[in-house]
Design a binder for this molecule. Structure first.
Ligand SMILES: Cc1ncc(COP(=O)(O)O)c(C=O)c1O
Length: 377
């Protein structure tokens, strides 16, 4: 009987696709969307946008927040408000996703990439070197907390302060992660979060910009809604964008924020299950002292197997795994860009893997995935 149920369970696992990080809806998302429909506030903005922003303010402890259509848009707004433009240099983590740095190009500014250290996140030592080597003082740093694990934020904040460089924390992947008890996104001049479909919490697509400066957030809101001047007709002195989140998506966001703690707890549990299953045969992304990551994705590097072999073996079993982000300094798009690189992120990229980490996965799923990986090792 026991064997029969084990076989059935295994067949069930094998017949469904296991995605890397699919959306995980809670109990109130549909209810809140229904409320939006009943109120007919389908049109942009409405009570749920305010509630979503308030829930982020409460979570991060920052003074202000602005819900946007994406984190990429939020970063763009931050750069625009800070007055980043042509002739400005913007430092950025090289080991990140393109959405983190593309807005530097939107503003016609010059990116300068900084490599990682053994934390996988930006190296404070290389950051200092980059500031020295830059042809002029960089205006801002866009710092990614990779895969939901905190970068050396206290050291980086002091370096930026000493050097007069604005800090934009790209916390797109790290909602719910903290350092010294303070939430990611709350350390910089601006913080941004993503609610894209693959994130720990999702609104299907969306972002959030936070800051302790209400003035800056008001300015960002102005740019995000077409830069309309206060006038009884449409008056424009500057140009803006259409970057605000709709009330429908914000309703999903409010419900998702209610389950943030339990999602972080589950993602960390999944990480610990992989740890128990795969042990020392792989090396997991570390968590720096005094921090608590959200373990959005369980990521690791391999020493005695190829990444592609494991991705293929998992794919044959209907399981999605991915390579790590390809560092920005290695991208053809940025082949001429300024950078301070010591090879760390390239090594991680070439030997690293993201494992399925959706918060609906069960222990039996992790056992199944791990057994396929162990065979490859
Ligand atoms: C580190 C990082 N920055 C920025 C983004 C851009 O977020 P969005 O898709 O919401 O624009 C993402 C992912 O989507 C990301 O992973």
């Amino acid at each position: 009987m026991e064997r029969q149920s084990f076989i059935c369970q295994n067949q069930e696992i094998m017949s469904r696709k296991i995605f890397l990080s699919p959306p995980h809806m809670g109990t109130n998302e549909q209810k809140y969307i229904d409320e939006v429909f009943r109120s007919n506030y389908i049109a942009p903005l409405g009570a749920f946008v305010d509630r979503f922003e308030s829930s982020i303010i409460e979570h991060t402890g920052t003074k202000s927040a602005l819900a946007t259509i994406s984190a990429t848009a939020a970063i763009h707004l931050a750069l625009r408000v800070l007055g980043v433009g042509k002739d400005d240099i913007v430092l950025a983590s090289s080991f990140t996703f393109i959405g983190s740095v593309a807005p530097i190009l939107y503003q016609d500014a010059t990116p300068m990439f900084v490599d990682s250290d053994k934390s996988w996140n930006l190296s404070p030592k290389l950051l200092k070197e980059a500031i020295k080597k830059a042809p002029k003082r960089p205006k801002a740093l866009i710092l990614t907390h990779l895969y939901g694990q905190m970068a050396h934020i206290d050291e980086i904040v002091s370096i930026c302060k000493e050097s007069g460089i604005y800090l934009i924390e790209d916390a797109a992947e790290s909602l719910g992660a903290s350092y010294g008890g303070r939430q990611s996104g709350a350390f910089g001049d601006f913080g941004i979060f993503s609610f894209n479909g693959n994130k720990l919490l999702t609104t299907s697509g969306g972002g959030m910009l936070v800051s302790d400066s209400s003035e800056w957030i008001d300015r960002a809101s102005f740019y995000a809604t077409g830069a309309k001047e206060r006038a009884p007709y449409y008056e424009h002195i500057e140009y803006g964008y259409n970057y605000r989140m709709s009330n429908v998506l914000a309703a999903i966001g409010v419900a998702q924020m209610e389950v943030l703690k339990s999602r972080v707890h589950k993602a960390r549990e999944i990480f610990s299950w992989y740890g128990e299953e795969l042990g020392d045969s792989v090396e997991f992304m570390p968590e720096i002292e005094n921090s608590r990551g959200n373990r959005w994705l369980t990521t690791l590097t391999l020493t005695n197997s190829s990444v592609m072999k494991i991705i293929k073996a998992l794919d044959q079993n209907n399981i999605e795994a991915r390579m790590l982000w390809k560092p920005m300094h290695m991208q053809p798009l940025f082949k001429e860009s300024l950078s301070v690189i010591d090879g760390t992120s390239q090594r991680l990229f070439e030997s690293g893997l993201c494992l399925p980490s959706g918060t609906e996965l069960e222990r039996s799923d992790i056992e199944h995935i791990s057994s396929i990986i162990r065979e490859c090792l």
